[in-house]
Ligand binder design. Structure first.
Ligand SMILES: CC(=O)N[C@H]1[C@@H](OP(=O)(O)O)O[C@H](CO)[C@@H](O)[C@@H]1O
Ligand SMILES: [Mg+2]
Length: 609
């Protein structure tokens, strides 16, 4: 082995790879969200990804990121997500290289690296000057895996910048901010673009306050109507991050962080995945003491890149409370209305920007209809953040969320220029615009919309309509800084929604009331070869087998408000079935009929559903 390493184009890397052999029978896949499996199986992939990240940093001349996390998976799992120099997800062509390198035989690692590096770029110092920022979540296995990433980087001559314990979106920010130039508004007024964790928090707090100030919202005075938001941090890395945000914004926001304990119980009975998939409140909250109007709840996932809200709604005139989920679809609805109203009110170049809402086939039909009825353009992309994010970039302003709470609002360079142009002109004309004016007009317009039975969206639209164009442009500019432009960010998304509710003076119940989700049911069916099922690009229909799609069409036709689709999962060896209908019983029945059709027409395994 030593001889093989010595003759390798990357001797130190080959030696390190030999010291961390892949476990027997394990095949690594760079899936929807990087590598993810039981922590003890990951060493081989992790050292090699350190090497690959250094090569990517060397080739681009910019910092690259590696995040050690398995997000919403159980604590025994871990994983790795790579961050590109832009601060976004790894380029698709490099995902292929990542999988190839991770699965190469030990003797082939040097050659694989050489193939990536290209002629003449080999040797133990090949990546001199290349910087890889390594972040990790709070899992017990994470420090050792982060050390292995660092060893991989060093073995090809790169340098490591230790990002420490951070959320996934924080690491994306650290990488993106390291490589980007701040906009004028960022350095002057909105918290800067410093590539460190303090810079991340300064930006959040400053832009949140700046948005509300421009909208003439007195954040402290708004407190009684908004109440406390309980943050369910999934016993993950979002706990300390949410606590820091709460303390930075004390007085302007009331956040109480729970499930921020020991990572031994990470994601167990709590967090966004548990709440959204299980349609149930997490542990640590109580229907009696944590209900509206005093409290609403916000659940993060294990690495704080996903968020859903929910609340106990007291039953009128009786004891007890119902529980209502505000999922990613409703976050998208609120943020789209808010950003759309601000763009329109800001006027000028901003009003001419295109805006679209991107959903997946899992978006509730009621959400899709609601967004379309507001005159907003809706598009449907393939499941998985990278596809949805990409589809959102087709617009000047793209709002995207998966129903499970992954999402953000992306502004194109042209959109940022236009918004900066309007906002900066407004500030130059009247510097006082940043501290807002016309608080009473805004509040009165919003109150009138609410009194007329309007939902949170109507209240925001009315409030924004009462702002001056300059104030709208300045508030919107602050939102472009608050909302994470690199990747979905639970804390930034939650703050943006908090800001929207305050601009509209809207109680949480009016967000719930935007629309009622159609009853829906998801199930999964195991089949002999799930990849024999192929879909149209937005996954709403099957291309093959044609007989199965015909059977689904037949089943849907018979159901009031029926919709159903099936697709092979990208993360599990199953076919996922989704059905919705006018009633719970009809949705359940439609899902069952479709699941049986999958079983019968696509090689079902095990017992028939
Ligand atoms: C229905 C569903 O929730 N699908 C999830 C799941 O993908 P599947 O391809 O459906 O297994 O995992 C992805 C990665 O976390 C996430 O982006 C996506 O939303
Ligand atoms: Mg996550």
């Amino acid at each position: 082995m030593a001889a093989a390493a010595a003759s390798s184009p990357f001797p130190a890397a080959s030696k390190l790879a030999a010291a961390h052999p892949p476990p027997e029978g394990v095949k690594y896949a760079y899936g929807t969200a990087g590598f993810r499996m039981r922590a003890e199986l990951l060493d081989a992939a992790v050292v090699r990804m350190g090497m690959l990240a250094a090569l990517r940093a060397k080739q681009t001349g910019k910092a690259v990121g590696v995040m050690v996390t398995a997000s919403h998976n159980p604590v025994a799992d871990n994983g790795l997500k790579m961050v590109d120099p832009s601060g976004g997800m790894l380029a698709a062509s490099w995902e292929v290289l990542a999988a190839k390198l991770a699965n190469a035989g030990i003797a082939d690692v040097g050659a694989e690296l050489a193939a990536v590096a290209g002629e003449g770029a080999c040797g133990d110092a090949a990546c001199e000057g290349a910087v890889v920022i390594v972040g990790r979540d709070t899992r017990p296995s994470s420090p050792a895996l982060a050390d292995l990433v660092a060893a991989g980087v060093a073995s090809v001559g790169g340098s490591v910048l230790d990002g420490g314990v951070v959320s996934t979106p924080q690491l994306h920010y650290l990488v993106g901010a390291s490589n980007a130039t701040a906009r004028a508004c960022e350095s002057a007024r909105l918290g800067g673009l410093r590539p460190d964790v303090d810079g991340y928090f300064a930006r959040l707090a400053t832009s949140y306050k700046a948005c509300l100030a421009a909208a003439a919202v007195d954040a402290a005075a708004a407190a009684p109507e908004q109440g406390t938001t309980i943050i369910d941090a999934a016993d993950g890395v979002g706990g300390p991050q949410a606590a820091r945000t709460a303390s930075d914004l004390a007085g302007a926001l009331s956040w109480e962080v729970r499930n921020a304990g020991d990572s031994a119980s990470l994601n167990d009975g709590c967090g966004a995945e548990f709440v959204q998939k299980g349609r149930t409140p997490p542990r640590g909250v109580d229907a009696a003491s944590d209900a509206l109007p005093g409290c609403r709840i916000c659940s993060l996932d294990g690495d704080a890149d996903r968020v859903v809200f929910h609340a106990f709604v007291p039953a009128e005139g009786e004891a007890g409370a119902s529980w209502e989920l505000v999922d990613g679809d409703k976050l998208a609805a609120l943020l789209a209305v808010t950003v759309g109203a601000l763009l329109k009110r800001a006027g000028g170049q901003a009003a001419r920007l295109s805006m679209g809402v991107v959903q997946t086939a899992y978006a509730n039909g009621a959400a899709t209809r609601w967004v379309a009825a507001r005159g907003l353009e809706v598009a449907c992309a393939k499941t998985g953040v990278k596809f949805v994010h990409h589809a959102a970039e087709a617009y000047d302003v793209g709002v995207y969320f998966e129903a499970n709470g992954h999402g953000t609002v992306v502004f194109s360079p042209a959109a940022l220029l236009a918004i900066d142009h309007e906002a900066d002109a407004a500030v130059a004309a009247d510097p006082a615009v940043v501290s807002g004016a016309g608080a009473s007009e805004r509040a009165a317009a919003a109150a009138a919309a609410l009194a007329a039975g309007g939902d949170a969206g109507a209240a925001v639209e009315a409030a924004v309509g009462a702002m001056t164009p300059g104030a709208a442009a300045v508030a919107l500019q602050a939102l472009t800084v608050l909302i994470n432009q690199f990747v979905g960010d639970a804390i930034a998304d939650a703050l943006a929604c908090e800001a929207a509710l305050r601009i509209g003076g809207a109680p949480f119940g009016r967000w719930i009331a935007m629309y009622s989700d159609l009853p829906s049911r998801q199930t999964k069916v195991r089949v002999a070869d799930r990849l024999a099922l192929t879909t149209v690009p937005d996954e709403s229909r099957l291309e093959a087998p044609a007989a199965l799609q015909a059977a689904i069409d037949e089943a849907v036709k018979a159901v009031d408000c029926g919709r159903a689709f099936v697709r092979p999962s990208g993360t599990e060896d199953v076919v996922r079935v989704y059905a919705e209908a006018a009633t719970v019983a009809a949705a359940d029945e439609l899902a069952a009929v479709v699941a049986r059709a999958v079983f019968d027409l696509a090689g079902g395994q095990g017992s028939r559903p």
